[in-house]
Design a binder for this molecule. Structure first.
Ligand SMILES: CC(C)(COP(=O)(O)OP(=O)(O)OC[C@H]1O[C@@H](n2cnc3c(N)ncnc32)[C@H](O)[C@@H]1OP(=O)(O)O)[C@@H](O)C(=O)NCCC(=O)NCCS
Length: 146
């Protein structure tokens, strides 16, 4: 995996060496207003990141950002850069995001990046629980560029 440069931030592949610094970030209750819970211990997070180094997430976890830095455009810049990376380097043609319907911050970020609501049949295929929204966006192919 490559490092991806976004406006105002550098996206690095997640590795276990990040666990110590990320434990403090992920212990912030603000992150869990809509779903999930903080890591049980730094040791647990270390194990988890070790597993994720394999690049095969089994639970479809989404992005998280230290709440001290929210609403500065970092989240959308980072996700936009990752969409570009997926489209250009991995030929991904369609992006799908699943989020809690109440997560207005995440919904705002996705709308800002051009995601729209999936139609009901596609949403049903992705949704795990009734309180989730499914948003989709077609990747802009190089051939479509002006
Ligand atoms: C969701 C999250 C990544 C957004 O990151 P961010 O860097 O704050 O997002 P941005 O500054 O790029 O904002 C993008 C859009 O999101 C929406 N948004 C973000 N914070 C908001 C807030 N406090 N109130 C209302 N809308 C908000 C806005 O529509 C914003 O666009 P705008 O500033 O042009 O109005 C961040 O809030 C977070 O980590 N939340 C906790 C974890 C989580 O919910 N992850 C997503 C799971 S699906």
């Amino acid at each position: 995996m490559r490092h991806v440069l976004a406006e105002g931030c550098l996206l690095e592949p997640q590795v276990r060496a990040h666990a110590h610094e990320m434990f403090a970030v992920l212990s912030d209750p603000a992150i869990y207003e809509f779903e999930n819970e903080p890591p049980a211990s730094e040791q647990w997070l270390h194990r988890r990141y070790e597993l994720l180094e394999s690049r095969c997430s089994s639970d479809g976890s989404a992005y998280e950002l230290n709440s001290e830095y929210w609403r500065r455009g970092i989240g959308s810049a980072a996700v936009q850069a990752m969409l570009h990376e997926l489209g250009t380097q991995y030929e991904v043609e369609r992006y799908v995001a699943v989020l809690k319907a109440s997560n207005f911050r995440s919904l705002g970020l996705l709308r800002r990046l051009g995601f729209g609501s999936a139609d009901e049949s596609e949403a049903a295929a992705w949704r795990d629980t009734p309180d989730e929204l499914v948003m989709v966006k077609a990747a802009r192919r190089i051939a479509d560029a002006p």
